[in-house]
Design a protein around this ligand. Structure first.
Ligand code: MN
Length: 291
């Protein structure tokens, strides 16, 4: 095993609003070195850092919009989101839950703060990730995986209350909850102060850490505070995370999809021609209906 080193520690970019519900720091693809080709199969990461929303009776969210060619994964840390799509998928996710929507051949969906939660207001914190699909799967049928926290397998660290939730992929021989099209590991490390966890992924897998709560040190050398993202280099396989306060860390690692990426707006395809076709399909109403 060769040690995997830290390539970059990224502070959160200035937030922007997606609809009026999601105040996000866009880490992938706009800033730093975190472009789509570098981060494949992760082609977008929007992080809604913890933010207080005041009570309202007016729905906050993003109205129906299309996606094609990839999957949207929403990981809820605080607050509640309601989702509906034109393929019949839908539901509400809250703290610790994950929704995994495969847009694939094309879908319409809408994403709103859940209405009862919104009437109370409160702290909201989530990650939305776009996971690319290989060319052979871009035309497959849409699907929806609702993953509640209680159904996420977990690994308890030795001599500790700390645990690793395995949303997708694998950790220490335990298989995650979600099915994926290409090899992806998606883990939440819920670490008590002083806990140490080690991670090993193939060196070519693109790997990032997002510190959702608390403070960590990577490989005994690199200090990473809350809301910062770490890009691990592709120079080795294993690395270690130590929590210097109680901490929550999202760990993402995926096998690169070695294909050209043509992305515009809500679509991620392989060529410009496919993007043009996709806009045409959308205008012709081929992604179904959703009000
Ligand atoms: Mn969307």
């Amino acid at each position: 095993m060769k040690n995997r080193t830290v390539e970059l520690i990224a502070t959160p970019p200035e937030p922007r609003y997606v609809g009026d519900a999601f105040r996000v720091h866009n880490f992938i693809p706009s800033l730093y070195r975190l472009d789509m080709d570098r981060m494949t199969p992760f082609v977008l990461l929007d992080y809604a850092s913890k933010f207080y929303f005041s009570p309202t009776d007016t729905p906050r969210g993003v109205a129906p919009h299309p996606h094609k060619g990839f999957e949207t994964v929403t990981i809820a840390y605080k607050g509640k989101v309601a989702h509906h799509d034109s393929h019949g998928g839908g539901g509400v996710i809250g703290e610790g839950d994950v929704q995994w929507m495969t847009a694939a051949s094309g879908i319409l969906h809408k994403e709103f703060h859940e209405s009862e939660w919104s009437k109370q207001g409160g702290a909201f914190q989530m990650v939305q990730l776009w996971v690319n699909l290989p060319k052979k799967d871009k035309a497959s049928s849409p699907k929806y995986q609702a993953i509640i926290n209680a159904d996420i397998p977990r690994y308890r660290l030795e001599n500790s209350q700390s645990e690793i939730e395995i949303i997708a992929g694998e950790y220490k021989g335990i298989t995650g909850a979600a099915s994926t099209f290409t090899p992806i590991h998606m883990l939440n490390g819920r670490l008590m102060r002083g806990a140490k966890a080690d991670f090993t992924f193939p060196a070519n897998y693109n790997t990032i850490l997002l510190v959702v709560e608390g403070n960590i040190i990577v490989n005994n050398t690199d200090n990473v505070p809350t809301d910062n993202l770490v890009l691990m280099a592709n120079d080795g396989d294993g690395f270690q995370v130590e929590a210097t306060t109680d901490a929550l860390v999202l760990v993402l690692s995926g096998e690169p999809i070695d294909e050209p990426i043509a992305a515009r707006g809500p679509f991620v395809m392989n060529t410009e021609g496919e993007l043009k076709e996709t806009y045409l399909e959308f205008r012709e109403g081929k992604f179904g209906e959703l009000v």
